[in-house]
Design a protein around this ligand. Structure first.
Ligand code: AMP
Ligand code: MG
Length: 431
């Protein structure tokens, strides 16, 4: 599915003098090696939420289709106002009514106006709508209006002011939002072309891991990554395929990877990729494909396997994430998620960061990017403030659940003192 890349991923080494890749280098290398899928399908509007738009949507009509009223009031001719400019009021005959869906069909001749409701088409001769609050209705057929408070075009929504015929309404690659669905509905589309949904297999490795319901004997831990990965994959708009818990033995890992390769577009594993590990995950990944094992200058999540499994020509994107629960999440968010978006054909803008004042001192070494779990709030004086959510060990998931944002401490930055500005990334798809 992915096209052959000229450079073997396994041969990529850090360009810098240290043995680690920076977060940016790793991110860019990954993006360079992922080729978007091409298969598309059609989805009804209701089922298109969160899907990747496969083609530009060009407006087949003007929206709105005709000039119409933005207010409930009276549609009139500016020439009548000009003629009455020396007097404070203007008395007009009511020639008829215009409602949304029921246009006025007569003529608004000089000295007359049309009672008009929001959304109704502006009668041909009229070029102003005066809100009803300003009008004094003296009888069923007559209204008195102030002559000086209005200018031509007032309170009229112009044909095509939302979208003009032929204009690109939405660009391909968008992850469709509720507003997008509404916009396409306003153009008359009942269904839209979308990229097919990616299938992404995931499994956890580690002999110490147990599933919920099993006894937790000494030295074992419950498998939490299975669930965080399931959640993050779902939020990323892909279909997760849960391959469960896989023992740290070569046969089980090989079976799981082969299974993933036949079933899925990508596979995400957790555990067993750190350099010191004496387990088989790395060996088996390297045997079944073109996989690099990187040290990345970041924390948490300094180990990452990235590559392509290759099974009889079927290539499957692979991410081997570190096993520590927060490292798994952070590595997924910064590397796997953007890669899956690219694979899916989505163009997703880089997440937005905001600046906030740190409420705490934060120890940090320059030469690596650190992501701290943070709680962002607005101080009574108005500025954004952020504090860390307690212990930041890469295995401590509780401080992740308390967080609403990530404090991003950039590569070259050293320790942060209380009161200094830091960049904060609002959670998006992570919580
Ligand atoms: P590893 O990356 O395999 O060296 O694992 C690093 C740490 O994360 C170890 O303490 C593991 O027990 C823990 N760990 C690995 N996988 C999981 C998982 N699926 N759920 C919870 N903890 C895990
Ligand atoms: Mg392990």
């Amino acid at each position: 599915m992915q096209s052959e890349s000229p450079v073997r991923i396994a041969d990529i080494t850090p360009a810098s003098d240290t043995e680690s890749l920076s977060v940016t280098e790793a991110h860019n290398l990954i993006q360079d090696h992922v080729q978007p899928i091409t298969e598309t399908e059609t989805a009804s509007l209701k089922h298109a939420l969160g899907r990747v738009l496969a083609r530009d949507i060009v407006s087949p009509i003007n929206v709105p289709a005709a000039d119409n009223s933005a207010m409930d009031g009276y549609a009139l001719r500016s020439a009548d106002l000009d003629a009455a400019s020396t007097s404070p009021t203007l008395t007009l005959a009511i020639a008829g009514h215009a409602h949304a869906g029921h246009p006025f069909t007569g003529r608004a001749s000089a000295g007359s106006c049309v009672r008009i409701m929001t959304g109704a088409i502006i009668p041909e001769e009229c070029d102003i709508v005066l809100p009803q609050e300003l009008a004094h209705r003296t009888s069923d057929t007559q209204v008195v209006l102030p002559s000086k408070t209005v200018r031509p075009g007032l309170n009229i929504r112009r044909a095509g002011e939302d979208l003009a015929i032929g204009q690109i309404a939405l660009r391909r690659g968008r992850l469709l939002t509720p507003a997008d669905l509404g916009l396409m509905a306003s153009l008359g589309f009942a269904e839209v072309p979308v990229m097919r949904t990616l299938r992404v297999a995931h499994f956890s490795t580690g002999d110490e891991l147990r599933s919920a319901g099993q006894a937790l004997e000494s030295g074992s831990v419950y498998d939490s990554n299975r669930y965080t990965l399931h959640g993050m994959l779902t939020r990323a708009g892909v279909q997760p395929i849960d391959l469960g818990l896989v023992n740290d033995d070569p046969a089980s890992i090989e079976t799981a990877l082969r299974h993933a390769c036949t079933e899925a577009d990508a596979v995400i594993t957790s555990g067993g990729v750190s350099a010191g590990d004496a387990d088989y995950t790395r060996q088996m990944m390297a045997r079944l494909g073109d996989v690099a094992f990187w040290k990345i200058a970041m924390r948490p999540g300094s180990q990452l396997a990235f590559g392509m499994l290759d099974l009889k020509g079927k290539r499957t994107l692979l991410f081997g994430l570190p096993g520590n629960p927060v490292a798994t999440m952070v590595a997924f968010y910064f590397f796997a998620r953007p890669a899956l978006h690219r694979l899916a054909g989505a163009h997703v803008p880089a997440p937005v960061t905001v600046r906030a004042i740190s409420e705490v001192d934060i120890q940090k070494k320059s030469g690596r990017t650190e992501f701290q779990r943070g709680l962002l709030s607005r101080a009574p004086e108005g500025e954004l403030r952020v504090r860390t959510t307690g212990a930041q060990g890469s295995g401590i998931l509780s401080s992740m659940t308390e967080a609403n944002a990530m404090i991003v401490l950039h590569h070259d930055r050293g320790s942060v003192s209380q009161g200094e500005w830091v960049d904060v990334l609002l959670f998006d798809g992570l919580t």
